[in-house]
Design a protein. Structure first.
Length: 194
C-alpha cells in the first residue's frame, strides 16, 4: 500500500489530490470571508483578506483557481457572495467588477512568482508588491465596471465620485488585511508544509 504523498509528481504538472482539496478549501474560505461583514456606513467584508490568504498559502496558480472556483460557484447561484447572495446578476451588477477583479490580483501574483528569487526576504517583498499591484488592478477594473453600470442604472458618475464611493473608504482596510494575511499565513505555510 502506497501513500499518495510519496508518489512522484506527474510531469504534466496537474494538481495532486491534496492540492485540489486545498484549492477547494480556500474557495470556501473566500466565501466565508464574503459573509463576514463589519457593519459601518459602507460595510467591510473579509473577502479580500481571504483572497490574499489563499494566494499567500497556495501560491499564484492554485490561488488563482481557488478564486476562479469561488466566482463560478457564485455565478451559478450558490450564495457565496456578500450577504449570502449568488447568481450571475451579482457579477453584472455595480460591484461585480470588484469580484471579477480578484482574478486580477491572483493573476498578477502568479506572474510575479515567475521572477526567480532565492532570498526569502526578497520573495516576501516581491509577493507583497504583487498583491499591492493586483489590488490596484482590482480597484481599477471594478471602478470602471461600477461607473459603466451606475451610468446605465442611475446616472453618469465622475471618476472622482466613483473612487470616493468605492475605493477611498476601503484602501486602508484592504492594506491592513493584506498585512494581516501576510503575517499569519507564512507561519502556517511553514508548519503545515503547504
Amino acid at each position: 500500500m502506497t501513500e499518495t504523498s510519496t508518489l512522484p509528481r506527474s510531469k504534466n504538472k496537474t494538481f495532486t489530490t491534496k492540492e485540489l482539496v486545498l484549492t477547494a478549501l480556500m474557495s470556501v474560505f473566500i466565501a466565508i470571508g464574503s459573509w463576514i461583514s463589519i457593519p459601518t456606513e459602507i460595510p467591510f467584508t473579509m473577502q479580500t483578506f481571504a483572497v490574499f490568504s489563499a494566494l499567500f498559502l497556495l501560491g499564484g496558480k492554485k490561488g488563482f483557481f481557488s478564486v476562479l472556483v469561488f466566482i463560478l460557484l457564485g455565478a451559478v447561484g450558490i450564495p457565496v457572495f456578500q450577504g449570502f447572495t449568488g447568481g450571475i446578476g451579482i457579477l453584472f451588477g455595480m460591484t461585480g467588477g470588484y469580484i471579477i477583479g480578484f482574478l486580477g490580483i491572483a493573476a498578477i501574483y502568479w506572474l510575479a512568482e515567475l521572477i526567480p528569487l532565492k532570498n526569502k526576504a526578497a520573495v516576501f517583498v516581491r509577493n507583497i508588491i504583487a498583491m499591492v499591484i493586483g489590488l490596484a488592478v482590482c480597484y481599477a477594473f471594478g471602478t470602471a465596471w461600477f461607473m459603466h453600470v451606475y451610468a446605465k442604472q442611475v446616472e453618469s458618475i465622475s471618476l472622482t465620485g466613483a473612487l470616493k464611493m468605492c475605493v477611498t473608504p476601503f484602501v486602508i482596510a484592504d492594506l491592513i488585511k493584506l498585512a494581516a494575511a501576510a503575517l499569519y499565513t507564512y507561519p502556517i505555510k511553514k508548519y503545515a508544509k503547504i
